[in-house]
Design a protein around this ligand. Structure first.
Ligand code: HSE
Length: 320
């Protein structure tokens, strides 16, 4: 049996919800932006192979690949359940650039663990699987945060709730919003981008964060697009990270001048996003970013909507 899984790219924070809000991305041209993992049975052990556009950026030793840890940890869970297993071969098609702010490591982890769970007849519940995804992604990014793995796994816009068994909640999103994303091509390490974050914030900042996030969630539930867009403000990370991301500030200002409803950093950057509800405007914003923000051949831009499916099995004919 061979199973192939796709896990979409994701945008952590969405400006307003540092570490607690994230959205999965689907380019409107129908292309798939994310990573793929194929799993098949072998006699024993764990084998990991890497292919794809960004495979050359990964460690050459398969044991240092996060997929190896995914399989080890999944097997530990099976051990605890008293369930036996043989060997597995995992092949990662690495299509997301590492250190882009598009949830690259999350997409690999989500695709791998989703594939393992399908392979083992869904031995773990959805909550157990998501917890494991968060833990494994945290080993790469420096600390556990679910705002990439949750949307990549479940799709849509996910708010981390983390109350008992309820890890996250799907927030209604505006169907007519376009998310224009542009990766500059310059790598930013998430672990380093987290290290520079302040350990404490002033009370005024904490109040602004709470108010923005609460107002955004409320406006999303009430379908108030204008209010929701006005709440997409980052008072926590952008003031620190905006300065170290080359060309971010001037390009964000240009997005707003050109009529974007909001603009900010996707995850820990350097990918920049801009929101509009007009497809012609989205194309203009994208053109601008392609000319002014992308800095080398690794860079790219997509006009996206939110991916509402999240991780899924793929066949040669498409999703099953
Ligand atoms: N919330 C995380 C951060 C996302 O901003 O560090 C990383 O992609």
């Amino acid at each position: 049996m061979t199973i192939r899984v796709f896990a979409p790219a994701s945008m952590g924070n969405v400006s307003v919800g540092f570490d607690v809000l994230g959205g999965a991305l689907a380019p409107i041209d129908g292309s798939l932006l994310g990573d793929f993992v194929t799993i098949s049975a072998i006699k024993s052990g764990i084998e990991v192979n890497t292919v794809g556009s960004f495979a050359h950026k990964l460690p050459s030793d398969p044991k240092l690949n996060i997929l190896y840890d995914c399989a080890v940890q999944y097997h530990v869970k099976l051990d605890k359940k008293g369930q036996s297993y043989d060997g597995v071969c995992l092949t990662l098609e690495k299509e997301l650039p590492v250190g882009s702010g598009l949830g690259s490591s999350a997409a690999s982890v989500v695709a791998a663990l989703y594939a393992l769970n399908e392979f083992y007849d869904n031995a773990l519940t959805s909550s157990q699987l998501l917890l494991l995804m968060g833990e494994l992604e945290g080993t790469i990014s420096g600390s556990v945060h679910f705002d990439n793995v949750a949307p990549s796994y479940l799709g849509g816009l996910q708010l981390m709730v983390q109350r008992g068994d309820t890890l996250c909640s799907t927030i209604p999103h505006f169907e007519d919003w376009y998310w224009v994303v542009a990766y500059s091509g310059v790598k930013v390490s998430t672990a380093q981008a987290r290290e520079i974050m302040p350990k404490q914030v002033p009370l005024k900042t904490a109040l602004a964060f709470g108010q923005n996030l609460a107002a955004f969630i409320d406006a999303s539930h009430r379908g108030d697009s204008e209010l929701a867009a006005s709440c997409l403000v980052d008072v926590i990370a952008e003031p620190v990270r905006g300065d170290i991301i080359s060309k971010f500030s001037e390009n964000k200002a240009a997005m707003l001048d050109l009529g974007a409803m909001a603009s900010g950093i996707s995850g820990s950057g350097p990918t920049l996003f801009a929101v509009t509800d007009n497809v012609t405007k989205a194309e203009q914003l994208q053109q601008y970013l392609m000319q002014h923000y992308i800095q080398n051949d690794d860079g790219f831009s997509h006009i996206c909507k939110l991916d509402t499916q999240g991780a899924r099995r793929e066949t040669s004919r498409g999703t099953v």
